[in-house]
Design a protein around this ligand. Sequence first.
Ligand code: NG1
Length: 391
Amino acid sequence: MASTPLGAVVRAPGRVNLIGEHIDYCGLPVLPMALGRSVRLAFHPRADRETRLVNRDPRFAPSAFAVNESIPPAPAGDWSNYARAAVGAVARRFPDLRGVDALVESDLPIAAGLSSSSALVVAMALAILHANGVSVASLELMELLGKGERYVGTAGGGMDQAIILGAQAGCASRIDFHPLRLTPTAVPADWQFIVAWSLVHAEKSGGARQAYNERTRQCEEARRLVATRLGQPEDITYPALLAAAPVEQLLEVARAGAGATLSGVLSRRFRHVVTEGTRVRQAEAAMAAGDLVAFGQLLDASHQSLRDDYEVSHPEVDRLVELAREAGAAGARLTGAGFGGSIVALCRAERAPEVMAALGERFYAPRGAAGDVGRHVFTADPSAGAEVLPA
Ligand code: NG1
């Protein structure tokens, strides 16, 4: 790749969602933080509209496409679709952009619920913008890319692109939607979050995507039915619904009864959404107060809700959660979309080595993965959002 003055490297971190799972697409606040692990994309601007991508990981074949408003997708599951999503979204907003030659590498586990895909979306968008000397306000870019990633077929809620762009080092951020805004809270210095992968890939291009999109539809239907039963407008949002009535009343209304009734499945989905929304506020307050025990209990309650009411966990994820608690974590839960993926556990910093060692012995070793424990389990240190660095 020929060197040009505008060549640079983008670092876009993965994220771990601490609490507030499967509620961003309901417009309810969530509490993620960025990870130290990231996608790095080195690029040079081209004189024409072509974009050529090479991935250091040989599992991902090189890809090329022209920068324009409607880029044809590669076959479902192709990694370049995330880059195509980003470039298409940016090109619709800013016409006549030139392309880049880019080399991508990542130390983020893939399909593990840690947003490696959104990190690539953000990295690619920042590269194209930088190469063209275009600057966009951060909130606008978060919105643009949140919608833009839907190109791959997932009806995502916008949490990932927002935290990847807007994270602050040392902090988790509450993300509110409509309008989008980020509110950081410092993670106490003696808290340690640990991420552990279940060894089960949650491929969002496969069955997990259908299951994910099904959940988004169920939440919509449940919301409409509860609104009708409460005599509220049919298009009331979840935040407005939560402001209009106490959670207990909403849950009561959601239980089967006369009138427009919710099926058992819909009322459980609804219960997850409104109780998880409540837990986010409580968790943010517990973090601000340094109350590790309370935060841990909220993680546990969130996991139970995701497993039983939302049905997005997996037996291997449940096992990891259980082992983390047995090893001394204050709490643990599935993080990310689920159907496999990773857990996040919280403990006092000095206990982290012991918790991680126990997961190695009791989860990874019996599954023949002891040699790779360092890749599968790691401490999650709250990091800064994406940045463009000189090459
Ligand atoms: P992951 O964990 O990256 O598949 C997905 C959505 C989020 C959010 C979570 C569940 C995308 C890009 N991300 O994340 O918006 O809904 O699931 O909380 O679709």
